[in-house]
Design a protein around this ligand. Structure first.
Ligand code: ZN
Length: 445
């Protein structure tokens, strides 16, 4: 008995070695004998384990970990093991006394690590249909072999229905844009819904599907994908910005509120590249001052003192729905046709999708945006020479709206330059000391 236990506890690989199977020629018959010996060893080991001694002989044990209301039902989770076998067993789950079986064969690495004799395949996770209201949910582990069925407990669960709910958290005015954010859940939807955002009464839909772990923690049956973050192009001045959650199933649309928001003119605070280069002079072509960071599509060296600014640029552009095909930041080089170093040589500038955001000189000012509603349409306008960038005004404005805690514009866009247009190009617009004071979190996604 003791020998069998030690064989199994040292793992199946060593058990095979202990049984000297490696010296036996392979054949189906021998393989089956090996499996049978292994199962016997597991059974012997299981009956001797401290876990099994804690439970009545042969009776299953486990944990009914959670039961939460989801759209149209109840999600039930936990794990169970019958000491008579290493195989998965069933649980009997009842809602208000009406039951059904669920197979507890989901992989639970934590259970397998804690009870290696039985392996990891002992989790159950199932959704039972249930009407809106309060319900009693009970789980019983179904015994096999010796022992008897074991109740794992009961929980009271509320299944919600009706109108969406949520929170319109912020509306922030930026450079030619307003950015609206918050979260919403419809209890009848097993996933994200839309919000309807109006600026001075003119509306558009926005998908409320960005990750919000804090919301998911409070409403665990609904997942975490319930955030909205929308940057909208507006004229300078004060605007009334309202958000309504769009209902699914029972209930009706739910207004989440209105805010008055003031937007500044687009990108008004550009500094000369020579001024910025002087402020960051010690980092010029210093690879030791760079760290690798993923910025949109690519990992690229960036100035170590600007990593927060790069992370914010990455977040706000993603939040506008922009997907990049190519990005690059650090490059020790001068500006073409001059002896002045580019801010790329300081790790303080990033280029995004050069073929769709072309460098043009000479050109007319201001930048021409495409009015096409799709990325493909905007790219076609650029290719035809009818627009200068694939970015929308809101996408450029979202980056330009990133501010330091004291309100300084962190990123300048090459699409605002008067002498040439470099719409692929964003560069840091503040000194190291100004950037070190930190970013305004309401502007960084
Ligand atoms: Zn550039």
């Amino acid at each position: 008995m003791a020998r069998s236990t030690s064989l199994v506890q040292r793992g199946t690989g060593k058990a095979r070695k202990g049984l000297s199977l490696r010296s036996i020629p392979r054949s189906p018959v021998i393989a089956n004998v090996a499996v049978a010996l292994l199962a016997l060893a597991i059974w012997l080991g299981g009956s001797l384990s401290s876990v099994a001694e804690a439970a009545p002989a042969g009776t299953p044990f486990g944990s009914f970990e959670a039961a939460v209301g989801v759209a149209g039902g109840i999600s039930v989770k936990g794990w169970t093991i019958d000491p008579s076998t290493a195989d998965p067993i069933y649980v009997w789950v009842t809602v208000d006394g009406v039951g059904r079986h669920a197979y507890a064969d989901k992989t639970r690495a934590d259970v397998g690590a804690g009870l290696p004799l039985y392996g990891p395949r002992h989790g159950f996770s199932t959704v039972l249909g249930a009407s809106p209201g309060n319900h009693d949910v009970c789980v019983t582990a179904s015994n096999v072999g010796e022992g008897s069925h074991q109740p794992l407990g009961c929980r009271s669960v509320t299944v919600r229905t009706g109108s969406p709910f949520g929170n319109y958290e912020r509306a922030v005015g930026g450079a030619g844009v307003v950015t609206v954010s918050g979260w919403t859940i419809d209890p009848d939807a097993n996933g994200p819904i839309y919000v309807w955002i109006t600026v001075d009464g003119v509306g558009r839909h926005s998908y409320a599907g960005t990750n919000r772990d804090d919301v998911g923690a409070v409403f665990p049956g609904y997942g975490s994908g319930h955030g909205f973050w929308s940057t909208i192009s507006v004229s300078p001045g004060t605007h009334q910005v309202c958000v309504t959650a769009s209902n699914v199933g029972a209930g009706s649309h739910r207004p989440l509120g209105c805010r008055a928001v003031t937007a500044s003119p687009a990108s008004q605070d550009l500094r000369a590249t020579s001024t910025l280069a002087a402020a960051w002079a010690s980092d010029r072509c210093e690879t030791g001052a760079m760290v690798n960071r993923r910025v949109l599509s690519h990992s690229t060296p960036v100035n170590a003192r600007a990593v927060d600014a790069y992370a914010a640029l990455d977040r706000v552009l993603r939040a506008t729905g922009y997907t990049a095909g190519w990005t690059w930041a650090y490059s020790c080089r001068v500006i073409a046709g001059t002896d002045q170093y580019s801010l790329h040589a300081y790790g303080l500038a990033v280029d995004v999708d050069p073929t769709e955001n072309p460098h043009q000189s000479p050109t007319s000012w201001p930048v021409r945006f495409s009015s096409a509603s799709t990325r493909e349409g905007r790219a076609a306008d650029v290719a035809a020479g009818q627009a200068d960038t694939v970015f929308t005004p809101a996408q450029a404005g979202a980056v330009e709206s990133i501010r330091t805690v004291d309100g300084l514009q962190v990123w300048a866009w090459g699409g605002r330059w008067r002498t040439l247009l470099d719409t692929m190009h964003f560069q840091i617009n503040v000194t190291p000391e100004e950037l070190a004071r930190g970013l305004d979190p309401s502007t960084t996604g």
